[in-house]
Design a binder for this molecule. Structure first.
Ligand code: AMP
Length: 358
């Protein structure tokens, strides 16, 4: 039986491994800083849990293996400029943007993109890192970008969105695709804080979202799970970012669906039967960001805790909590019980969740 090797050994790699085990699939996440190489067979499969990695003996071995999936697309998506160019070529709507080169002035960027302009590093930025709002100082011609960014960023128009949503889809080798219902996402300080899926009021956007992600996956002959993060502006979706992998906004599927996003990816990579994921009830995910583990969370009915075993640092994702409780009164009671066991910001997140319950 072919093994699956995963480039990267963070929490996504760990959750992929966890999903593969009951399917009798051997899946091995590999740290990107490994200096060793591994006994990878010719018929093993290689996939990723991240889109950026350093050049080490291990990453070289994995990424140069003939069965490293989606190789070309991974390179395109890892750079925001080539990602935006691909979406433009496919006529998939994104926030209007400009490739920032030495020759571009701040004035030109404001002229082209409007009065609020966000600079984003071309690679390596995530969770709101690598972003910088361009200052309006009387239309100064001089473009001031953070040190070390020169010629290595794009400028984006600020989008006045209603909400942020994401679509997670899967595509198998035979071209068949399936999708989860749109996830509605709350961000705090650039980091995902909470997800609810499905949300009935987002159902009218589902078809549009699926058509967009299908077009992208088909055009690239993609295999696996892919995530499309979008801004919702009225009844239109604009793509913010594409992640060629399982995603934080899909963690709710561990509790809320018959098929988790992790199992869906393993099935696609290992060419196991594809099924439509069934939804059990509204799924809720709260990210644990820079907070200490609290065993009392386990005393709340319906709470499923995933702790990643990482050192707790401010702004770092160290775990998540899932809830999927079909009975509304119990769900509300559990959320109320959870509130005092968490930091203040989660009170706001839980109120947001409750406002998205059907
Ligand atoms: P990113 O790192 O690109 O996923 O961005 C992190 C967060 O910054 C997003 O989830 C949005 O909340 C916000 N953001 C990113 N791009 C824009 C934009 N063009 N306009 C407004 N907000 C944005």
């Amino acid at each position: 039986m072919s093994k699956i090797w995963v480039l990267g050994a963070g929490q996504l790699g760990a959750m992929l491994k966890h999903a593969a085990q009951p399917l009798d699939i051997e899946l091995r996440p590999v740290e990107t800083d490994e200096l060793d190489t591994f006994p990878i067979a010719d018929d093993d499969w290689i996939t990723v849990e991240r889109e950026h990695w350093p050049d080490t003996p291990a990453t070289k071995q994995l990424s140069e293996h003939p069965r490293f999936l989606n190789k070309q697309l991974l390179a395109t998506l890892a750079d925001r400029a080539s990602q935006k160019r691909l979406l433009d070529e496919l006529e998939l709507a994104t926030a209007p943007w400009v490739d920032v080169t030495e020759a571009v002035s701040a004035e030109q960027l404001f002229d082209e993109l409007g009065e609020r302009v966000l600079l984003k590093q071309r690679s390596g930025g995530y969770d709101g890192k690598g972003q910088h709002w361009l200052k309006q100082d009387g239309g100064a011609a001089q473009l001031s970008v953070p040190q070390g960014w020169g010629g290595n960023c794009i400028a984006e128009q600020a989008i006045g969105f209603d909400e942020e949503v994401s679509l997670i889809g899967m595509r198998h080798r035979d071209g068949r695709m399936a999708f989860y219902p749109l996830a509605t996402n709350l961000h705090h300080q650039g980091i995902l804080l909470a997800t609810v899926s499905p949300v009935a009021s987002k159902a009218p956007l589902q078809q549009q979202a699926e058509a967009m992600l299908s077009k992208l996956m088909e055009s690239q002959d993609y295999v696996g799970v892919m995530t499309m993060e979008c801004f919702q502006v009225g009844d239109k979706l604009l793509i913010n970012e594409i992640a060629p992998r399982v995603h934080n906004s899909g963690h709710w599927t561990q509790a809320g669906s018959s098929l988790s996003q992790f199992e869906a990816h393993v099935r696609a990579v290992a060419d196991l039967p594809m099924v439509e994921p069934l939804v059990k009830a509204q799924g809720i995910m709260l990210n644990l960001i820079g907070v200490d583990y609290n065993r009392e969370w386990l005393g709340v009915p319906g709470v499923e805790v995933f702790w990643y075993g990482k050192e707790v640092r401010p702004g770092r994702k160290v775990g998540h909590i899932n809830l999927c409780i079909s009975e509304r009164a119990q769900l509300l009671a559990s959320l109320e019980q959870l509130k005092p066991l968490m930091d203040e910001v989660y009170g706001m997140a839980i109120d947001w969740v409750v406002s998205h319950l059907d």
